[in-house]
Design a protein around this ligand. Structure first.
Ligand code: 13P
Length: 289
């Protein structure tokens, strides 16, 4: 199959009550692992890069790499900008050939978030590319699973979500419901009541960030409630770095870089497989044939 827009992937996922796993990537081995796991499981998949990752790999190199690997695989793949920080980065990534753009204006007031997101949607529409927006604060888990503070300030307001979706015309919504990026210090308490209300008021495919460490039963429950894309990053990097460290310690003085990197790549394949199965997207590539 080939590179597709995320809209195709997520509309299908929402209708079929599964979620597409979105994995951030940093390099060749990481990208090969994501696509290899998805291909083995015949799962649609999203390869993501945040701005720092786009800068590290080079936008053109990243897109060319994903395209080249995906070309011969029997699965649909979307190329996504994660947490785009501004209009300019969104346009740069449209130019690179991304097939999905996130603009994250959640640090701004709702009005400013709406007005910049609208501009991003307008530019992306002209290229036939869908847009993900964010409402509420999805912070770092180290700050507490509820976002910036350990109170309710990070949780998205369903009424604001409704207004945001209506006024911006975004295709997918990432709303903070008690999830956070990184390693959770304690079991995250997802606000399923808020998720239900947001789904009712917006009806667009919803995105769950901070997938690392969310228990499988919560992932499955969120999917039945309209979550159609789940982001995973830390869990892959952690598995890669731990395995690489272990391999290097066991094989000092071995300068065969491919041999030293291979176990880490295998580990990432295993982790990606586990999370694709958690999202129930295995064997769903056939829906796109
Ligand atoms: P984790 O690093 O917690 O898996 O979160 C990833 C993410 O949400 C990327 O946007």
């Amino acid at each position: 199959m080939s590179i597709v827009t995320n809209k195709l992937l997520l509309d299908n996922a929402k209708a079929g009550r599964y979620a597409v796993a979105a994995f951030n990537t940093n390099n060749l081995e990481y990208t090969q692992a994501i696509l290899s796991a998805a291909s083995q499981l015949r799962a649609p998949v999203i390869v993501s890069a945040a701005k720092s990752e786009v800068d590290y790999m080079g936008g053109h190199v990243f897109v060319a790499m994903v395209r080249a690997i995906a070309e011969d695989l029997p699965i649909p793949v979307a190329i996504h900008l994660d947490h785009g920080p501004d209009y300019e980065e969104a346009v740069r990534c449209l130019n690179y050939g991304f097939t999905s753009i996130m603009y994250d204006g959640s640090a701004h007031s709702l009005d400013t978030n709406i007005s910049i997101t609208k501009e991003v949607v307008r530019a992306a529409r002209a290229c036939g590319v869908p847009v993900e927006g964010e409402v509420g604060v999805i912070g770092q888990a180290a700050d507490g699973p509820e976002g910036k503070k350990n109170d309710m300030t990070g949780i998205a307001d369903p009424l604001e979500c409704e207004r945001f979706v209506k006024e911006t015309g975004i295709d997918f919504l990432a709303a903070a419901i008690g999830n956070a990026h990184g390693i959770y210090k304690k079991k995250p308490e997802l606000r399923f009541d808020v998720l239900e209300e947001i789904e009712k008021r917006t009806r667009v495919p919803l995105v769950l960030h901070g997938g690392t460490g969310i228990p499988e039963e919560d992932i499955r429950r969120a999917i039945t409630m309209g979550v159609s894309k789940i982001n995973f990053s830390t869990v892959m990097r952690k598995g890669c770095i731990e395995t690489l460290t272990d391999t290097l310690v066991k094989n000092p003085g071995d300068w065969d870089l491919m041999k030293q990197l291979s176990p880490a790549k295998e580990k990432m394949i295993e982790i990606a497989r586990q999370h694709i199965i958690m999202c129930m997207s295995d064997n769903k590539a056939r829906l796109f044939e």
